[in-house]
Ligand binder design. Structure first.
Ligand code: ADP
Ligand code: NI
Length: 220
């Protein structure tokens, strides 16, 4: 990317940073910045347009569908508005908004297909930030924010076949590993993303095994 384009990405980053400064539900600026860095690394390894991936990563959660009464059209609209305001060309805006529209996980039975290589890299980066040690922390932070229990020993693990069931779910934070976090490694788009996801998933599996061991059984 040439210097004016680089400055444009930096301007978008500053805008997003100030917008997300006070967000604490798991979509804070640091999540966006981690996804931005991972997206750049994966895009470089996969031979994708690194700056396009970075731009999409910066705006990917601009109006998250779960926090807008399930309206998943808000993200692409907001993203397009911000990018237009910063002088991004319509061609780039179209590519970025398409990524924003398709990125979110919408339930165990729901498959969303990313069209572009840059989109695949950004989606992998976003999924990687939901797993591993950071993913565990985000899961329990979200659970606390939503007033959920950490774990309920009487509840069997639940997966959701439809987007509606996933969105309406009020399960424990531990159930979130079964309804989403353990499933992500098999949804990765790129080779480099998948390798990272496998390693992070092993770490989460060890964590959950240890969590359940420490929790013990009623007979203990
Ligand atoms: P993303 O930014 O990856 O699209 P989401 O918007 O789905 O993530 O959720 C933000 C964070 O909160 C993620 O780390 C996700 O795993 C976590 N999270 C979402 N729903 C739940 C839930 N029901 N219980 C616990 N954690 C959740
Ligand atoms: Ni995200």
């Amino acid at each position: 990317m040439n210097t004016p384009q680089r400055r444009l990405v930096e301007r978008v980053a500053e805008h997003i940073k100030s917008k997300f400064a006070d967000e604490s539900s798991g979509h804070d600026w640091h999540h966006i910045n981690r996804v931005r860095k991972l997206a750049r690394q994966i895009a470089a390894q996969e031979g994708a347009d690194v700056d396009m991936a970075e731009l999409a990563a910066l705006v990917h959660d601009i109006a998250d569908w779960k926090f807008h009464d399930g309206d998943d059209t808000k993200g692409p609209i907001e993203a397009a508005r911000l990018l237009r305001q910063e002088g991004v060309t319509q061609d780039v805006i179209d590519q970025v908004t398409d990524i924003v529209a398709t990125i979110s996980f919408k339930g165990a039975g729901v498959h969303t297909e990313m069209k572009t290589l840059e989109g695949k890299c950004v989606q992998d980066a976003d999924r990687l930030d939901a797993i591993g040690a950071i993913g565990i922390a985000r899961c329990f932070a979200y659970g606390g924010h939503a007033g959920r229990l950490m774990y309920d020993p009487d509840e069997a693990p639940v997966m959701h076949a439809t987007a509606e069931a996933y969105k309406a779910a009020k399960g424990t934070s531990l159930n979130h590993f079964y309804e989403k976090l353990f499933l992500l490694k098999d949804r990765m788009n790129t080779t480099s993303g998948r390798a990272r996801a496998e390693e992070r998933t092993q770490y989460m599996q060890d964590f959950v095994a240890r969590f359940l061991q420490e929790w013990g059984t009623p007979e203990d």
